[in-house]
Design a protein around this ligand. Sequence first.
Ligand code: GLA
Length: 385
Amino acid sequence: MEQELLAEMKKVFTEKFGAEETRSYFSPGRVNLIGEHTDYNGGHVFPCAISLGTYALVADRKDTKTRIYSMNLADKGVIEFEMSGLSYDKAKNWANYPMGVVSVFEQAGHKCSHGFDIVINGTLPNGSGLSSSASLEVLTAVILNEAFGFGLDMVEMVKLSQKAENVFVGVNCGIMDQFAVGMGKQDCAILLDCNTLDYRYSKIALKDASIVISNTNKPHSLASSAYNVRRAQCEHALNELKEVKPELNALGELSNEEFNKLAGHISEPLERQRARHAVCENNRTMEAVAALESDDVEKFGKLMNDSHFSLRDDYDVTGKELDTLAELAWQQDGVIGSRMTGAGFGGCTVSLVKNSAIPAFKENCRQGLYGKDRLCTELLCCKHC
Ligand code: GLA
């Protein structure tokens, strides 16, 4: 499968750029099992890398120009950019992600002395909340690091990739996606403390169940502005709490009890709600990981459901499609838990489903979502651990 995909890419590369010697790269996507909208609140996340991702075929050029072509966005054609002095350019469309990485590398003193010819082919559905952009950013970082021998370690590349998205693309995302993409390990999820970047791997052992990712096929295209609003609401709530608790650095530092005592100091009810999600979701994530590590898969599943409720009711980032898909999952036999994953407003759900129930699960979801065959349900991550 991978060989075929690379052979197809090679053909396209030759058509677009000529028969040069190429190197191949792969960067995964990610699915977050629990811990949503906690990363930029200094909390914990629990994502894993998945086997869908972004492939690149790359050849060096002698000049300082890069030509890049995506087989997924063929209508955008070959996009060109210089390797120095870049700024965001709407006309360059998706290429702003790799351009952003080149730009933050340059600002960090890692100047790229030549450009590349690159063909991209992604197996992640765009806008599905499985981090196709982080996958492309980390991929670019690895290509640059290797080509120029910058000697950066993966965490440094992860941070630069996040910076590219924040300052170049203008989405004020946290670090979860780039971290999961860069640091993911087979059959493991990562428990990451986004306040300190301390992390550890946790083996995903689900006995007779699997992780199932289901796509609503509603792209979360409006997500960035609503995302930035959620983030600003949490920051404002934190600032009000700091007035009564100056030593507080992040919502992720609070227990649920502490939050309940302090919550009255957040003046806006909506912001109180947003902050409550951030605090409870963080504590829920730690509880869920502890449950999984003591083999209590059922409890993990229940906490996934609670996470969805909180994202729906307090954080308001689910929407009709994700709610429909989660509700469909909850009704079915053999579903241990189900929730939206990623930023929300569309994209995917992640469910834990007993292996024996998966065929029926796929069929029921397919029929249930508006009764149309528009759902791609994939069994991607961690297979049958
Ligand atoms: C997006 C962001 C992440 C994270 C999630 C929500 O994927 O890129 O940093 O905030 O949303 O958990």
